[in-house]
Design a protein around this ligand. Structure first.
Ligand SMILES: [Zn+2]
Length: 278
């Protein structure tokens, strides 16, 4: 008993030291490009995204309070999506599903309303898929509100992995410059198909716990625009997201408006003006 407690104390202390190092190394918050001081450690991906909370350590980022709290609603939406495929297998999964759903209810009631499908439509949808199990539920995950949340989460992945890969944050526009040539943006896309064939996927690892199959990530360049850094993550079998960091939207081979654009600090802004009519 005593040993166990000592170990737990040791772990807590180590974690505290690790977090202090994360913040000391930083020149400010990575999500708002140092506009505010780093006061907290943001876990990207969030712990909530991992089954049974088994998140290996690593990918911990210096964040200010407003960015840490302001992006937690994105973490909740993405954690919900992460649990959709594969879905519930055990009673522990079921309990965690309920917990995530109540978080969605708390931080994003608009999202919950969008996802809700009336019971008769749900039955019809499932019958058409050949599902007759009462334990199954269907919900709408392709609505514009979910789209806005997921794009913002993809951008969050971009801000975090850019820092992980380069040690620098996506810089904001230099305030003394008027021409905007120093402006950098994170352009995010949620991809239906993984695009990781361009590089090797990395995993998080802590002893025997790894993120393999739950969260894989990487960075590299996009073949069509080799000068633009690309950051990528794949979450279970549920979704993949990619983010580019660009000076100029014209350097990417996508039609204007196809990718969501976020400048440092934008992640905490309301998503309402990003929601397109669905
Ligand atoms: Zn910040």
């Amino acid at each position: 008993m005593y040993d166990c407690e000592t170990t737990e104390m040791g772990e807590a202390k180590k974690k505290q030291q690790r977090h202090r190092r994360v913040m000391q190394a930083a020149n400010g918050c990575i999500y708002c490009a140092g506009r505010r001081r780093a006061e907290q450690v943001d876990h990207m991906p969030p712990r909530m995204m991992f089954r049974l909370g088994q998140r290996p350590k690593g990918l911990e980022f210096p964040s200010c309070g407003p960015c840490n709290q302001g992006t937690s609603r994105l973490d909740v939406a993405a954690s919900f999506m992460a649990r959709t495929f594969p879905g519930i297998a055990t009673s522990a999964d079921s309990a965690e599903w309920d917990k995530v759903m109540s978080e969605v209810h708390r931080v994003a009631p608009d999202l919950l309303r969008e996802m809700w499908i009336p019971p008769h439509e749900m039955r019809q949808a499932m019958w058409s898929e050949g599902i007759f199990d009462r334990n199954f539920a269907a919900f709408r995950a392709d609505g514009p509100i979910m789209g806005a949340y997921m794009q913002a989460f993809a951008a969050k992945i971009g801000f975090a992995l850019h820092y992980e890969a380069t040690g620098n944050f996506v810089p904001r526009r230099a305030e003394c410059r008027c021409d905007g040539s120093q402006a950098r943006r994170c352009m995010a896309v949620v991809c239906p198909q993984p695009i990781r064939q361009y590089w090797d996927a990395r995993i998080m690892q802590q002893g025997k716990i790894t993120s393999q199959g739950n969260f894989e990530y990487g960075w590299g360049t996009y073949l069509e625009s080799p000068d633009v850094p690309l950051y990528y993550a794949r979450v279970r079998e549920a979704f993949a997201a990619a983010a580019f960091v660009v000076l100029d939207e014209g350097s990417l081979p996508f039609p204007e408006g196809e990718l969501a654009t976020f400048a440092p600090g934008d992640l905490v802004m309301p998503l309402s003006d990003r929601i397109t009519a669905g």
